[in-house]
Each structure stands twice: as C-alpha cells, then as structure tokens.
Ligand binder design. Structure first.
Ligand code: PEP
Length: 261
C-alpha cells in the first residue's frame, strides 16, 4: 500500500444539497472564493439550477464547482436528466455521484454510479464517488466489507489512466453520520479509510494510490482537526456546515493548517 499522502491532493467540498436561491448561492460562492486556500482544493456543489450563476460568479478563482449528480448519458430522450457534458458546458469542473441521499431517493445503484463515473471522468470532471454504510450494518460489524464492496461495485467496468486518475475522488460517508450531528470517531474513520485505501490500490494498482479519500458526515470546525488526523483521510465532503461561508472556510483553514506536505 502506498501510504504517501503527498501523492494525493487534499479536497474540502461543500455539498449545498437543495439549498440556496440564486442570489444566496452567488453570495456564498463569492465569499468562499474570496477567502480561498493555498494547500486545499476547495469545491462547492450548488443545485443544477444555480450552478451556472455560481460558476460565472467565481470564474477564474480557485474554487471548483460540482454538480450534485448527473445522468447516465451525455444527451438524448432522458427527461429531467443533465449529462456530464452539460455540466461542463455551464462551468462545472466536477460532479458528486452516489451520495447516500441519491442512492436512497433516486435509486442510484452502484452499477449506475460506475456507469456515470466512467462518463463523468471521460468528460473531464473531477468525479467524487460516495460510499457509506447504514447504522444497522455498522452495528452488526460488517461495515468494512459492506463499504469496500460498495466501492468496488461503484468503480466497476472502467480503468484509469494518468489523467482520469488525477480526477477521481472517493468520499466515505457513513449514512448514520450524514446530517445527524453524529460523526465517526477519528479511529473509526481512519480504519475505514485504511481498508478503502487497500481496495483502491488493489483495484487500480499505481493509479489507485493517487485517489484522495474524503470523509463526510457532520464535519464541523470543532471536529475537523481530529477527523483529518488519520493518515488516509485526505479531506472532507461537508453538508450542513458548508451552508455558512464562515464555518465552511474555518474547516478549510483547519484542514490547510494540518495539511501534510
Ligand atoms: C453530506 O451530505 O455529504 C454531508 C456530509 O452532510 P453533513 O455534513 O450535513 O452530515
């Protein structure tokens, strides 16, 4: 296993979910982009409707705009869907896939996530594949096997090259920690990240070592330093705390301060 985090970028990405009307989204993006960070790649994921405005507001500033999902096709008779090329067209540099809310509400299976990930990587998007276990799986003790299998199924059927490896990101988000105020302990997050690191290295050989592994689940300024401490935690996917520029950028600053050169 390659344990050199220097090979991987550190990301902090805010998932705004179904929040923020146009003016609020632009204002939040502007505040985030104004503060920026040297050691951390910062991303924001507004709704599809506000994405183009956010991208215009922060054009040429070092913040990547993410879609919150994308369709299975670039174009076609798929009412309501948005293809990865369309996200690129309006200024997105990345996309989140397989968020637990999409898996639950929109039946985004791991097979669909894998197909979307191949398409999104091909479109040149930073592609964040999210995985995580529900509470009953954690309590029964089968979480590492469950999440590792979910990850491998969500990455099935495509290979990476130098360029696409530099755009793939994985986020471990225990479902029981999302929006609940409960977080994994640093020890729990570290153990899962180590298991996923091994799985990525086996799945993609040398390219696997380059894929950052983010933690998500009630990350806040108060717990960010502790959660960033385990060696295989390469950053955060942040929900609730990303809706306020100050708390989000405090998480970015804390992560940047603890950044491993
Ligand atoms: C998320 O939705 O990806 C998330 C981690 O949310 P929260 O930080 O609110 O738990």
């Amino acid at each position: 296993m390659n344990d050199s985090p220097a090979r991987r970028p550190t990301w902090v990405i805010g998932n705004w979910k179904q929040h923020k009307l146009t003016a609020e989204a632009n204002a939040l993006a502007d505040e985030v982009a104004r503060r920026g960070s040297d050691h951390v790649r910062v991303g924001v994921a507004p709704t599809h409707l506000t994405l183009a405005g956010v991208a215009t507001t922060i054009a040429d500033r070092p913040v990547t705009v993410f879609g919150q999902t994308c369709g299975l096709h670039d174009t076609g008779a798929f009412t309501g869907d948005v293809g990865p090329q369309m996200l690129v067209d309006v200024g997105a540099g990345g996309v989140l896939l397989g968020h637990s809310e999409r898996r639950e509400m929109a039946h985004e299976t791991s097979a669909k996530v894998a197909a979307k990930a191949a398409l999104a990587l091909g479109a040149g998007l930073h592609t964040v594949v999210c995985v995580g276990e529900p509470l009953d799986v954690r309590e029964a003790g089968g979480h590492e096997k469950f999440v590792t299998s979910m990850l491998l199924e969500s990455l099935d059927g495509f290979e990476l090259n130098d360029a696409s490896a530099s755009r793939l990101v994985v986020a471990y988000e225990p479902v029981w920690a999302i929006g609940t105020g409960k977080t994994a302990t640093a020890t729990e997050a570290g153990a899962m990240h180590e298991a996923l690191r091994v799985a990525l290295d086996e799945r993609f050989s040398a390219c696997g070592a380059r894929i950052p592994l983010l933690y998500g689940g009630s990350v806040k300024p108060a717990n960010a330093a502790g959660l960033f401490a385990p060696p295989f935690v390469d950053g955060f996917l942040v929900g609730g705390a990303a809706l306020d520029a100050r708390s989000f950028m405090d998480i970015v600053s804390i992560t940047a301060k603890a950044h491993r050169p």
